[in-house]
Design a protein around this ligand. Structure first.
Ligand code: PLP
Length: 481
């Protein structure tokens, strides 16, 4: 590591990235390359001799950027956002610069302590119950993704119940969530050895706006108890991936509690909105939860990856995930004076991710972050109004946060034609490269998703995307006559 070379390359790279952001709208937002495109452009093996930095930058421009989908483009409206910001970026840069591996407190005390402090700050911004703060039995930890978050709490819950009922009961354990729950729960169940038939994804319908019905949950739990199964884990979502449905946390949490189950709340996307007092009520009932997760890397200006997880009882995580090999033993850990985050996660090694979240919170402050969220929600409302003015389209589910679920209405009420039409519309819009949207299926209907949340998006970008949608719809409807 030569400091002067770092200065030279670092400055050049920052210039390259700043220019990228300045010209980001010139790229097709969805990469238009064909599968395997890069094989033809790069050599079969690594160079024997060093290449020049400029040569590498030229290759990035000519060969890599065409294969990039521009998540930071203001014309990006697909899936959910994955925010970048100046604060998040420089925090990430510092983390790469220090390049510590903070698995135990001793390996970089600041990494552990800053993470605890910053997650306490964020917990307070979200008005999480005090039990989730690090001063008591609970605390927060930064995981890479929401998938890792649900996996570690599922493992904690599984081991907790097995300590009570005996480890031979694994195949009787049952997990509950709505069928709108993100697929990460299913993956976690696969990893945790939960019997595939015991992962109950309960149907949620339009009658509850795709939220999980507490009555349906209670009935299912009763049936499972009758046949000798052991309900142990309930996962609710605030802001589902398909349509931002919000499960009724309070009633669900009470059911979980009365059955001795672990209650996890996944607010990966919508958690960010809950720092605004007017949206905080969507989290009401979180006091019943054992764990709560939100992705700061989605809609909170913190560069990927930064998934914040809080638990009320950190010892449950530690009991499930700790190992204590000789080569990691040290005085502070042995004396139980410190948190060793290696015992709260799957991998041993961990990056100094709290730096970027700390920078975001310090350099923007709560009020700016609230304005940021409100502005996106305002833009989503604007898009919703545009749809309402065109009778060829409909908004399919009530818009709650910054996602609008909509579709082009089928001609002659022919639903299967409607599905095909909307699929074609999605492809037509995305192939222009001027906007990127994604889709889902709700109650058998193919639905288009317009998620506002990229930091650079302004009203003019929403209007431009709507114009492309309208034009492509006009052509498709003309063709289908
Ligand atoms: N939960 C919800 C509600 C999501 O929307 C997503 C992803 O969009 C996830 C979980 C999974 O996120 P991750 O990629 O952080 O695992």
């Amino acid at each position: 590591m030569d400091a002067e070379q770092l200065r030279e390359y670092g400055h050049k790279m920052v210039d390259f990235i700043a220019d990228y952001y300045k010209t980001i709208e010139n790229f097709p937002v969805l990469s238009q390359v064909e599968p395997g495109y890069l094989r033809n452009l790069l050599p079969d093996s690594a160079p024997n001799q060093p290449d020049s930095f400029q040569h590498v930058l030229d290759d990035i421009q000519a060969k890599i950027l065409p294969g990039v989908t521009h998540w930071q483009s203001p014309n990006y409206f697909a899936y959910y956002p994955s925010n970048s910001s100046v604060a998040g970026f420089v925090g990430e840069m510092l983390s790469a610069g220090l390049n510590i591996v903070g698995f135990s407190w001793i390996t970089s005390p600041a990494a552990t302590e800053l993470e605890m402090i910053v997650l306490d700050w964020l917990a307070k911004m979200l008005k999480l119950p005090e039990d989730f703060l690090s001063a008591g039995q609970g605390g927060g930890v930064i995981q890479g993704t929401a998938s890792e978050a649900v996996l570690v709490v599922l493992l904690a819950a599984r081991d907790k119940v097995l300590r009570r009922v005996g480890k031979d009961a694994l195949e009787k354990l049952v997990v509950y969530a709505s069928d709108q729950m993100h697929s990460s729960l299913q993956k976690a169940c696969q990893i945790a050895g939960i019997h595939p038939e015991n992962c109950r994804l309960l149907k949620a319908t339009s009658s509850t706006n795709y939220a999980l019905s507490p009555e349906f949950l209670s009935e299912t739990i009763s049936q499972d108890l009758t046949i000798g199964l052991i309900p142990f884990f309930l996962c609710a979502t605030v802001g589902t991936t398909s349509s931002t449905a919000v499960d009724p946390l309070l009633s669900l949490g009470k059911i979980a509690k009365s059955n001795g189950m672990w209650f996890h709340v996944d607010a990966a996307y919508a958690g960010s909105a809950c720092v605004c007092p007017e949206f905080r009520h969507y989290m009401d009932g979180v006091e019943e939860a054992d764990s709560f997760n939100m992705n700061a890397h989605k809609w909170f200006l913190t560069n990927f990856d930064c998934s914040a997880l809080w638990v009320k009882d950190r010892s449950a995580l530690v009991q499930a995930l700790s190992t204590n090999p000789e080569y990691l033993k040290n005085k502070a850990s042995q004396a139980n004076m410190v948190v060793d985050y290696k015992d709260w996660q799957v991998p041993l090694g961990r990056r100094f991710r709290s730096l970027k979240l700390w920078m975001v919170l310090r350099l923007y402050g709560l009020e700016n972050l609230q304005c940021y969220i409100r502005n996106h929600i305002k833009l989503a409302k604007h898009f919703e109004n545009l749809i309402a003015q065109d009778p060829r389209f409909e908004v399919v589910t009530p818009r709650i946060f910054s996602l609008v679920c909509f579709r082009l209405l089928p001609v002659r009420n022919d639903e299967s034609h409607g599905n095909k039409l909307n699929h074609q519309l999605l492809d037509a819009v995305n192939s222009t490269g001027s906007a990127f949207i994604s889709h889902t299926v709700l109650s058998g209907k193919y639905i288009l998703r317009f998620a506002v949340g990229a930091p650079l998006t302004e009203e003019k970008h929403v209007n431009a995307a709507w114009k492309v949608l309208q034009d492509k719809a006009t052509s498709l409807l003309a063709e289908s006559l």
